[in-house]
Design a protein around this ligand. Structure first.
Ligand code: BF8
Ligand code: SF4
Length: 647
């Protein structure tokens, strides 16, 4: 495998060459050595009970059954469902931690934290039926946290945020029996029904996967996003930089990596304290302390505080291999166990901070809410003290760093396109109706060494914007776009004439960074706003939009993909589902789901072909909406205005 087969990022290529010289193994070498097991890949390996494990030849699935009699369809459906359950639990547990932090903050038990977005607190409290009149902020926040906690443990009824969806979508969920009752309940339900000898109907199992995934998108993830905004502030457009070149030769480099924004928010504040900066200078770091982020924790500190992004998922080992990182502080999710091995070649302190995520032999400093700032200071001090151990002969920081603008929450899209005094989705809808913007596509998800890093993301996004399709992005896809310069307003030069005109008029990039993976919930809300604004149909499935996970690898990505389909958004994937050994599942996922949800999955491994398919789909949606022709602009006089129907 040549360097170009591993990554399209020149910074990554340079550090990979360094790794080879220094004998450090990375994810790509391990991937190359790993022989893919066809049964696992096809989804027809079952190890749910110990009469097995069983495997069914994916090329002749009808010829054989598991020891219990399970078919390939049952086995593949159960395996996929368990991925959705795990993905949902990850996002939702993250959400739970944020809810807990809001509660402690409202009780004055979280040092250095307070409600930072009061107007959002009022809005969300209103959705939960909380009386906000004449009450203290902390009292409202406390009640909201309690109501949000209940969303996890509810046994019946339905999740509160489902009310945000268009009425038609809510009806579809109700009639197909996929309304999530409580977040934890749905995860448990799915694990139960996929245990040995319970649900054997692949359609029924998959509908339950859909229900569980909705508990993620409209439950755990949405709570994580909204309550993080309330607690830590709602992102607004902010300038920063991305790629390994953000590391600094003469500074103490600290990287926060993982997903949960709580400790990293404290670290982000502590590194600005004058005493800490002075301490770093005394330790020989003339430029003080340099904080950057990786993966979704990186996205969180980027979106809210403008700290640079050192990279996306496949950059995590590379960052350490630069030899310039004093501490990598990790919390939960997407952190490769290999980090411990890689760090052992350099002076980097790898520090785990979550009681849920320990690595054997790795330093652990547990995050405690009451002592958040104290713990952040301890970690930053450790990093400063480690600066003297840096081996200068091993340091190589690539020069690549790209400017970017991030911070596009759905509130910001509202504001950017609508303006300060008429903030609404009207201008976006109008731009779509008039054809300047043909549609909106969310490109989200991971890096996966099955695909040269970032190649699918970047090729696809460039093709789409060239065809006047606005791209909204989260997670590691956003990291890829950041490094490739697509998050800059100047990237509008690569867009088609219509999109370019809109971007230039408001000074926004053609690819909008909407946040971490839990913030895919912002895309759901944006879709609801577009429907509510009018002119683009009555349901999310009417909108000229699509979702894409080109380089996905995580169970969380499966949960996201499922909830987008269940919400009426067609989802394209560049890496297939592990279901290809099951004819029933293939038909269901790639065809029949459409009949229930008005959307389905599409698999396409070639980025240009995928772009063509997405453009076709968007054109079909536009045709159905009757907006293929450029509408004739009519100037209303007073008499015509009086004729307009008033709702
Ligand atoms: O939650 S995009 S590799 S970092 S799973 Fe992980 Fe995938 Fe990145 Fe964020 Ni999302
Ligand atoms: Fe085999 Fe059935 Fe047990 Fe799965 S549940 S391991 S198919 S016997």
């Amino acid at each position: 495998m040549g360097l170009e087969d591993k990554t399209i990022d020149p910074a990554a290529q340079k550090i990979l060459s360094k790794a080879q010289k220094e004998g450090v193994q990375t994810v790509w070498e391990r991937k190359e050595e790993m022989k893919v097991c066809a049964f696992g890949d096809a989804g027809t390996c079952c190890r749910i009970c110990w009469m097995g494990p069983c495997r069914i030849n994916p090329k002749a699935p009808e010829e054989k059954r598991g020891v219990c009699g399970a078919t390939a369809d049952t086995i593949a459906a159960r395996n996929l469902a368990r991925m959705v359950a795990a993905g949902t639990s990850a996002h939702s547990d993250h959400g739970r931690h944020i809810v807990h932090a809001l509660k402690l903050t409202s009780e004055g038990r979280m040092a250095g934290y307070e409600v930072r977005d009061i107007s959002k607190l009022y809005r969300v409290a209103g959705e939960f039926g909380i009386d906000t009149r004449d009450r203290e902020i902390n009292e409202i926040a406390h009640e909201l946290a309690e109501k949000a906690e209940e969303e996890f443990g509810k046994q019946e009824g339905r999740l509160t945020f489902l009310n945000r969806a268009p009425k038609k979508r809510q009806k579809i969920w109700h009639e197909s029996g996929v309304e999530p009752r409580g977040i934890d309940r749905e995860v448990v339900d799915l694990l139960h029904r996929t245990a040995m000898g319970v649900d054997h109907d692949h359609v029924d199992i998959t509908l339950s996967s859909m229900r569980t995934s909705l508990a993620d998108g409209w439950g755990g993830s949405m709570l994580a996003t909204e309550l993080s905004d309330i607690l830590l502030s709602t992102p607004y457009p902010i300038r920063s930089k991305a790629n390994l070149g953000v590391l600094e030769e003469n500074a103490v480099n600290i990287i926060v990596h993982g997903h949960e924004p709580l400790l990293s928010d404290s670290i982000a504040r502590v590194v600005r304290e004058p005493e800490m900066i002075e301490k770093a200078k005394q330790a020989g770091a003339t430029e003080g302390i340099n904080l950057s982020g990786l993966c979704c924790t990186g996205n969180e500190v980027l979106m809210r505080q403008g700290y640079p992004l050192a990279g996306n998922h496949l950059h995590q080992e590379l960052a350490i291999i630069t030899g310039a990182v004093e501490a990598m502080v990790i919390d939960v999710q997407c952190q490769m166990p290999s980090l411990a091995q890689v760090a052992s070649y350099y002076h980097t302190h790898l520090i785990t901070t979550s009681p849920q995520a320990k690595f054997p032999g790795v330093m652990h400093i547990a995050f405690e809410h009451e002592k958040a700032l104290e713990i952040a200071r301890k970690i930053v001090t450790l990093a400063i003290e480690n600066f003297k151990n840096r081996d200068k002969s091993k340091v190589h920081i690539p020069e690549e760093k790209m400017d970017l603008v991030a911070g596009f929450s759905h509130e910001t899209i509202n504001y950017m396109l609508g303006g300060r005094f008429r903030a609404s989705y009207r201008p976006l809808n109008d731009a779509i109706i008039w054809g300047r913007i043909k549609g909106v596509v969310g490109i989200v998800g991971c890096n996966n060494p099955r695909i040269p890093q970032d190649s699918f993301h970047v090729t696809l996004a460039e093709e789409l914007i060239k065809n006047d399709i606005l791209v909204v992005s989260t997670g590691c896809a956003a990291g890829a776009f950041a490094k490739a310069g697509l998050l800059l307003p100047e990237a509008a030069e690569k867009a088609g004439p219509g999109l370019r005109e809109v971007c230039e008029a408001v000074g926004m990039p053609p690819v909008l960074h909407a946040g971490a993976c839990v913030d895919n919930s912002r895309i759901l809300v944006a879709c609801c706003e577009m429907v509510r604004e009018g002119g683009l149909g009555n349901d999310i499935s009417d909108l000229p939009v699509a979702g894409v996970a080109p380089e996905w690898m995580s169970e969380k990505a499966e949960a996201i993909a499922h909830y987008f389909v269940a919400s009426g958004v067609n989802v394209f994937i560049g890496v297939p589902h592990p279901t290809w050994g099951s004819p029933g599942m293939e038909k269901l996922l790639y065809e029949d789901l459409e009949n229930i949800f008005g959307a389905r999955f599409h698999y396409e491994p070639e980025p240009y072909l995928m772009a063509t398919k997405i453009i076709d789909l968007i054109n079909k949606k536009r045709e159905k909406l009757g907006i293929t022709e450029k509408p004739v602009r009519v100037l209303y006089d007073m008499a015509m205005r009086r004729e307009l129907p008033v709702e």
